[in-house]
Design a protein around this ligand. Structure first.
Ligand SMILES: [Zn+2]
Length: 73
């Protein structure tokens, strides 16, 4: 399961996934997020710690998107 940015709601996991390059834009996990978290349980566990280079750059993409969302509202 994955969702586009437009499909994401507050309760969806925002972990970026790379399985949909053909559809354009970034895709996100979309599972139900853990309470008080932006990620589902599995991804919240992965978000703890330093992560890989790819995971750190993914977070930068997310922050960028979040800033753009805020600017548009
Ligand atoms: Zn997730």
């Amino acid at each position: 399961m994955s969702l586009s940015l437009l499909d994401l709601s507050r309760h969806h996991c925002r972990w970026p996934v790379d399985d949909a390059h053909d559809s354009g834009g970034h895709r996100f996990c979309g599972e139900v997020a853990a309470r008080g978290s932006s990620y589902c349980a599995a991804h919240a566990a992965r978000a703890v710690g330093t992560g890989t280079q790819g995971e750190r750059s993914a977070l930068q993409v997310l922050r960028h998107q979040a800033m753009r969302e805020t600017a548009e509202e």
